[in-house]
Design a protein. Sequence first.
Lengths: 322, 251
Amino acid sequence: MSRGGSYAADHRVRAIEWLPWVAAIAAFFLLPDYLPLGARVLTYILFALSLDLILGYAGIITLGHSAFFGLGAYVAGILSARFGVADPMVQLAASALAGALLGISTGAVILRTQGLTQLMLTLAVGALCLEIANRATSITGGADGLSGVTVAPILGQFRFDLFGKTAYLWCLAVLFAGWFLARRLIYSPFGVALTGTRENSARMHAIGAPVYWRQVIVYTFSAAMAGVAGALLTQTSQFVGLNVLGFEPSGELLVMLILGGVGRIYGAFVGPLVFLVAQDFLSKQFPEYWYFGIGLLLVIVVLFAHGGLLGIGDALLARRRR
Amino acid sequence: MSMTAALETRGLSKSFGALTVAANIDFVLETGARHALIGPNGAGKTTFVNMLTGRLPPSKGQVLLGGEDITRLRQAARVKRGLGRTFQINTLFGGMTVLDNIALGVAERLGVAARMWRPANAHDDVRAEALALLATIGLEDDAGRRVVDLPYGKQRLVEIAIALGLRPKVLLLDEPAAGVPSLESERILEVLARLPGEIAILIIEHDMDLVVRLAQRVTVLVQGEVLCEGTPEQIVGDRRVQQAFLGERHG
């Protein structure tokens, strides 16, 4: 079943789509000790959702999506640590804008190519950004990272507290806004056309669609969203390190999304949740072997369930109904 | 001089290095015509079609649509001006529903396909038109099915319906019944016979039975050149044509 917009499908939010939000609010009250982890999960969900837009819906494969995430993280951090701009809204807006600018300028080139060339170019952009951040030590702090990031109270009212309560709710609110926009986009004619491009770009050309421009637009939108996710990470951790850039976080994000399920919105919710929670628990229990567990899980999911963990859920439901 | 042709090529040529796949093709498709393009395998039919649609830039020559030179226009711009096509091998949006397959084209034509806010589902005009089109090809009951789940013959009909949703002035049908069992191909023929008369149709075809039944004129392409043109009866009786096709069979 196609899990996107359609000229026939009901676009209204189904009851089950409220489940993640109810769960997130319940977690706030029931798991106060895990709020910092929760904020991290919410941040990565937003990041994964931005990847799902281009990978799952538009069919653009990338191994360099961390470029936008890292740029957003650094823009927020640099604004605060170097220029004293501590307002979280302003930081988010600046990170979104920076992400969008990098997205449109690199996307304009990358999206002219296809297949392996495209994949290599996304890798190259990611690697370039990492190297720039590494070298520009006076601005980014280089390998030592950027500390001294302060974040002013949200709307001048809500101070970021030691327990991570504000941070958690802030991430939840921003994620909600991102989800709303992404969902709106997916269910719009633009979103259906993107899915069409993924399904068959030759036919999209043949029906007169400006495929290239549409891809540049969604790539830019996705980059802005990833930039916002990066800014959230900076705001909640009050530190930026080089590990937000380069191949590794891009690959890890891809793993999270595939784990959850590609091209279905909520795969981007399930994947980071399972991945980061497993990482948190397993890395405490088995500090040396925890990645083995994640790897095993991914192998199982990729081999036996094309739709990721959500795909397994679908299959089980279908079996019960039979 | 008659009125302006729906589609015309002048000296259209394509070479890949020393290999010439289209040589000086002068071709006229009259308004409202039912015209077939035939030729043995490798005659350059697909190359010719790709130059018409803008997938492949010609080495030399011109393509005119309704008298306007479109040689340098991109594929999308040609579609907007009324040039539609179907594909010899199904080129569909496989994972999407039959309705959405048609609606995508309709939305492009109506200029709503880039809208980002209002849900696709709320565009009743697009859906209504797509459903009406499905009714004309007898697929209204399959609107909600995924295209990959349809039998091949029905997929061929969807292939045609997508192009019709663009309301083309000129329609290029690339072997519309290719690979379809004869029982189902009858249905495709019916659909083709009922297409609006004002659409000029160029059928690229192997099957001479189909050509004789649908076309008023036939152009024969051999080794990238126009061998001859005439009514189906003239072409069937032409010795050069028989030789060209026989030559293929022996080779």
